[in-house]
Design a protein around this ligand. Sequence first.
Ligand code: COA
Length: 148
Amino acid sequence: MNIEIKKADDDDRIGLRAILRTSFDTLSSLDTLELDCYINGQQSPCQWFVARSSQGHVIGCINASTRSNEGYINSLSVIEGHRGHGIGSMLVQEACEFLKTNDCNSVFLYVRPTNEGAQVFYEKLGFINCGLTKSHTLEDVVMLRKMI
Ligand SMILES: CC(C)(COP(=O)(O)OP(=O)(O)OC[C@H]1O[C@@H](n2cnc3c(N)ncnc32)[C@H](O)[C@@H]1OP(=O)(O)O)[C@@H](O)C(=O)NCCC(=O)NCCS
């Protein structure tokens, strides 16, 4: 499988919207304008990365952002049918490289407690489970952290 991991550009926007709508129930009902606000409105500096298939389809995405010297990743998804081939790992690695070059020495992320598969995935990549905390919407979330 020939997969390209790259910074998202305007050509990826339609594919990025589609994968976000499909993967995250909180984004599924947003119209194009609202979804573009979500995509554009991430903390700065931030960067979206996508995985593209050899046919040029967006099959995965991740967002990396920084706050002081802390890095954050969110909105990681690989579409069903392409999972289990290392694409999620490559996206996380690319996001961590971006954070390192933006002076971050640690990266944080939040996962719903029910998303046990994602927690196993991140722990395999060296993230440490720091336990439950509250999201900005006061939802229970599991925080994971890794030094980079
Ligand atoms: C989580 C996700 C991104 C993983 O992507 P992926 O491309 O399948 O992951 P990889 O192929 O790189 O997997 C790396 C390792 O994690 C393991 N893994 C991946 N998903 C897993 C799951 N759901 N349960 C258990 N292990 C999992 C793989 O088996 C692999 O293990 P190995 O190195 O021993 O072979 C993908 O399942 C997904 O998009 N899920 C839905 C969205 C989501 O939950 N995102 C995270 C929100 S915070």
